[in-house]
Write a protein that binds this ligand. Structure first.
Ligand code: NAD
Ligand code: ZN
Length: 387
């Protein structure tokens, strides 16, 4: 079990990482003074699988607890669900001394974090992420929020949790495809900041594809990813500079997600494709060292992640990217790699070049899928990972 401390201006909190990390919650709550009540905002699927364990742990605090179950899925990150949480919590007697617990993936973390930041002008909250993506990315850093019909994550607040509890035992029920999607954010973190972690990720890619990553490797890799995210967030909590590098792969990914109307691709899968594309674009611009794109492509493919878009046109991706809220004043903003471990931001890339590289990229996807279809998928788990 490891503890990493995240320090941002004005707040400092522990992240517990490993099997059995949940046991840290009780002594921590006692040491900082017990809350008056605990409100658990839980993904309904996670509550069904693992709710008894968390309930038993909280029972031992001997503080009244209320559970609010949220239907699984991105569509729960909305104003009407927030309204339901606010009103249920108020009717159940929430006060300023209450603690809110987010129990689920990134959807629950973002939604419950926003509820905690707004109800009664703010109550304490703890994150218990239950997906790999929420562990390595969403639960650390203090971004919370919900979606609008007009776009993702358009309303929210920055609010740091009091603690984050990453207990690997909860991952036992996570579908393999969701695990791989979270792994894409691990690859991203390594690619932008740490050649040593990237090499470790390369060594473990086949185990991820086969669903056989050891707990020991997971602990090392999650721990290092959290350290990196924490250091980036500590340097730039409000995303005015450095934090932008966490968006490596995300410019194309957001376009792909919007063009697919959030249906066929998981976020991490879109990021996987987006990273290969950004590396290609960087090589075309002479910013990215030659060979980096194929290294990224190989590690993602070996992990059982998609690396090319399917069934979507260049025109629809390009127009969806133009609507992205992360545009800079000079146009779309690209996080590019110089090499594995170092980045550079470009916001004046010519749209014609993006379009040219994208069309080539899409045609490779078409060729690759033809080849895979005639000769079978690369491996059974790769096939399982692609809908
Ligand atoms: N705040 C941030 O900094 C940040 C960063 C990255 C992503 N996000 C947000 O996170 C969300 C994506 O997170 P996610 O990938 O965790 O999605 P998610 O919360 O939708 O979880 C994915 C699926 O896994 C299921 N699930 C969760 N834990 C499980 C478990 N242990 N066993 C079985 N099933 C389980 C859920 O029911 C859901 O169907 C997006 O809304 C994204 O915007 C936020
Ligand atoms: Zn992401």
């Amino acid at each position: 079990m490891r503890t990493i401390t995240v320090a941002v201006p004005g707040s400092e909190y522990p992240v517990w990482i490993g099997s059995g990390a949940l046991a840290r919650l009780r002594p921590f709550s006692r040491s900082r003074g017990l809350p008056t009540k605990v409100f658990v905002i839980a993904d309904a699927r996670v509550a069904k699988q693992h709710g008894d364990r968390l309930r038993a742990e909280l029972d031992r605090l001997a503080v009244p607890q209320s559970w609010i179950l949220v239907p699984p899925g991105e569509s729960s990150k909305c104003v009407s669900m927030l309204d339901r949480i606010w009103r249920t919590a108020v009717r159940s007697g929430i006060d300023r001394g209450s603690l809110l617990v987010a129990f689920g993936g990134g959807v629950i973390g973002d939604l419950a974090g926003f509820a905690a930041g707004t109800i009664l002008r703010g109550v304490d909250f703890v994150q218990i992420p239950t997906t790999l993506l929420a562990m390595v990315d969403a639960s650390v850093g203090g971004k919370t929020g919900i979606n609008l019909p007009e776009g993702k994550n358009l309303v929210g607040v920055f609010l740091q949790p009091c603690a984050v509890c990453m207990d690997f035992d909860f991952l036992s029920s996570l579908p393999p495809r969701e695990l791989r999607a979270g792994w894409a954010e691990v690859v991203k973190t390594a690619a932008i900041r740490d050649p040593g972690l990237f090499a470790k990720v390369e060594r473990n890619a086949p185990a991820v594809a086969a669903g056989q990553l050891s707990v020991r490797s997971l602990a090392e890799i999650v721990g290092r990813s959290v350290e990196i995210k924490a250091s980036v967030v500590a340097a730039d909590e409000r995303e005015s500079g450095l934090r932008m590098i966490l968006n490596f792969g995300h410019t194309l990914a957001h376009g792909l997600e919007a063009a697919n109307a959030y249906r066929s691709l998981l976020h991490g899968e879109a990021v996987a494709i987006g990273m290969v594309f950004a590396a290609r674009l960087g090589e075309e611009l002479g910013v990215t060292r030659s060979g980096v794109a194929s290294r990224i492509d190989s590690v993602l493919a070996a992990s059982g992640l998609p690396t090319r878009p399917r069934g979507v046109s260049a025109a629809s991706i390009l127009s969806a990217m133009q609507r992205d809220k992360k545009r800079g004043p000079r146009g779309l903003r690209w996080v590019l790699l110089e090499a594995i471990g170092s980045t550079s931001i470009a916001d004046a890339v010519s749209p014609e070049l993006v379009s040219k590289v994208l069309r080539r990229f899409l045609s490779e996807g078409a060729t690759e899928s033809g080849r895979l279809d005639s000769s079978g998928a690369r491996s059974p788990s790769t096939r399982k990972g692609l809908r």
